[in-house]
Design a protein around this ligand. Structure first.
Ligand SMILES: [Zn+2]
Ligand SMILES: [Zn+2]
Length: 267
């Protein structure tokens, strides 16, 4: 049994996931979880690729599953609410995330592909990746006031394609200043994801980067493990190993949803 028996960052075929909600439920039960939260990408008017289209059908299916599997697992209906997304009428929890860089009237996706990222920074920021990072973290700092999330999603998604420093140097003073600006703008005790989505894909490490995780810890943030699962196989991937790593970084406690309630777990 894993130490952390909950994941609430879960995508399905109703947005950009590969598996149905029911397959995700069965996978979570097999992985030893007692709580699974669904967090579709909020409807975002300018999005053309991954946000929810048919919220009614999705909600009906999750409600059906809540009843059908009530004896085996607690299911939550949440949302991954983009800074520019529309809040659904009811949600058990909200993950607040930034996926786009806003420049003028245009919104450029951060995490579509390396080529799309490079061309967005070229067009909107004259190729200055640090300026793009500054915009990204300014927007992260707006999440608290605009979205008021329960959980802050992939805090440094701007590093999505930056493995090996492909686009910019995370150690650069200008980058660190931008990230710390957003970190310091978080409310006291904010819950920040330790997001395993990129690690699962074999395309890089956890979000946030370790140096930033340590800074967030110093600032008094709380942390929650998130699969950011787009497939059933991703659910719970590397949870125990990540707990062991976090302990080494000086993190003593995580939070997780147990049913609908945020609960502390000692590491
Ligand atoms: Zn996201
Ligand atoms: Zn997500």
């Amino acid at each position: 049994m894993p130490l952390i028996k909950s994941n609430v960052h879960t995508h399905t075929v109703f947005c950009d996931g590969a598996d149905t909600p029911e397959r995700m439920v069965l996978a979570a039960i097999s992985a030893g979880m007692d709580t699974l939260g669904f967090s579709h990408h909020s409807y975002t008017p300018f999005d053309t690729s991954y946000c929810i289209r048919d919220y009614g059908a999705y909600r009906a299916e999750v409600e059906r599953l809540k009843g059908a599997y009530a004896q085996k697992i607690a299911l939550l209906l949440g949302v991954e609410l983009d800074l520019f997304g529309q809040r659904p009428p009811e949600c058990d929890f909200v993950i607040g995330s930034v996926h786009y860089l806003k420049e003028g009237e245009k919104n450029y996706p951060v995490d579509l592909s390396p080529a799309a990222f490079a061309s967005a920074v070229g067009e909107a920021f004259c190729g200055d990746f640090y300026a793009a990072a500054e915009r990204y973290f300014e927007q992260v700092a707006q999440l608290a006031a605009q979205v008021s999330p329960d959980v802050y999603g992939h805090f440094d998604l701007i590093t999505r394609f930056n493995a090996g420093g492909a686009f910019f140097d995370e150690g650069a003073a200008r980058y660190k200043r931008a990230a710390l600006f957003a970190a310091q703008a978080l409310p006291a005790g904010a819950v920040v994801e330790v997001n395993l989505g990129r690690l699962f894909k074999g395309e890089g490490d956890i979000y946030p980067s370790v140096w930033l995780l340590r800074e967030l810890n110093e600032l008094g943030c709380r942390f929650m493990l998130s699969s950011d699962a787009h497939t059933a196989a991703a659910l719970g991937f590397a949870f125990d190993e990540t707990c062991a790593r976090l302990k080494k970084y000086g993190i003593r406690q995580l939070v997780r949803y147990k049913g609908g309630v945020l609960t502390d777990v000692e590491l």
